[in-house]
Design a binder for this molecule. Structure first.
Ligand SMILES: [Zn+2]
Length: 276
């Protein structure tokens, strides 16, 4: 699934190709995309200039010169691909934006789960999102987590708490903050909130620096714990563990992220899986 750094890299691609240019035509190439972006909406986009491309969490907004917004969400595995005027459309092109010079920016998505929708002028998309990671502070995080009784790992995946965090960067942030993923979200101490704020911002900054894992930077900047079950922790060499929380894999170091003495937290483990 594209996470925030992948979507930010994609939004930069869309910005570079579309901003300031006229979209002469939009076409849809799959029934689900035709339902979300019917022909009458595609016609409203045609002839408009894209004045800017904004990213909010994992949403990309193409802002048109009449104030309308084309909202794009990659969902599970969408991405942008540019096709030259003379080249065929790439495989799995679902929505295609054609420019005046004949080049086409294609939303490619093998599973066809991506979502593109037109929002007319004055009716922007309503997004129920928490603050972006770069806008976080310990105070904002405390407010967002207050009264949350679930595990911190699962709670941070809620887009209303922090916008744009997914499974990878929550694991990376908790490792940086040395917090056990099962700690109760609403009971973090001031020191833990400070560490988590730093951890989230650093994990996302690291992801932005590698331009997302789709663009070849992953080898140079490997993840600290994500997808590293059994491999040594980058800090203490203890083998990284994987557990399941709310049906998703969580990776953590059982030494660096051990439960603080005396802390109470809901156990996500089955009785056959001891904590240490
Ligand atoms: Zn460790």
């Amino acid at each position: 699934m594209p996470e925030l750094p992948e979507v930010e890299a994609a939004a930069q691609t869309a910005r570079r190709i579309l901003a300031g240019r006229i979209v002469v035509a939009v076409s849809t190439h799959h029934p689900s995309q035709r339902r979300a972006l019917p022909a009458r909406d595609a016609r409203r986009i045609a002839g408009r200039t894209v004045v800017r491309v904004e990213r909010r969490a994992k949403h990309q907004h193409l802002v048109l010169d009449d104030g309308a917004i084309v909202a794009v969400h990659f969902r599970m595995n969408g991405d942008w691909e540019l096709a030259g005027a003379a080249s065929p459309l790439p495989p799995f092109a679902r929505v295609v934006f054609t420019l005046a010079d004949g080049r086409r920016l294609c939303l490619v998505d093998s599973r066809a789960l991506c979502h593109v929708a037109y929002h007319p002028p004055g009716h922007p998309p309503q997004l129920a999102l928490g603050p972006e990671p770069d806008a976080l502070s310990p105070e904002i995080l405390r407010h967002a987590l207050a009264r949350r009784t679930g595990a911190i790992k699962t709670t941070l995946l809620d887009q209303g708490v922090v916008a744009g965090l997914g499974n990878i960067y929550v694991a990376e942030a908790l490792w940086r903050a040395r917090l056990h993923p099962a700690l109760r979200a609403g009971r973090l101490t001031d020191a833990q909130l400070r560490a988590l704020t730093r951890g989230i911002r650093a994990a996302i900054a690291d992801g932005f620096a590698r331009q997302g894992r789709y663009r070849g930077g992953a080898e140079a900047r490997p993840f600290k714990v994500y997808d590293r079950e059994g491999l040594p922790c980058a800090r203490c060499r203890t083998p990284v563990r994987r557990i399941a929380q709310a049906g998703r894999s969580t990776y953590f170091c059982p030494h660096c992220q051990g439960a603080p003495t005396g802390a109470r937290y809901p156990s996500p483990f089955s009785s056959s899986t001891p904590l240490r």
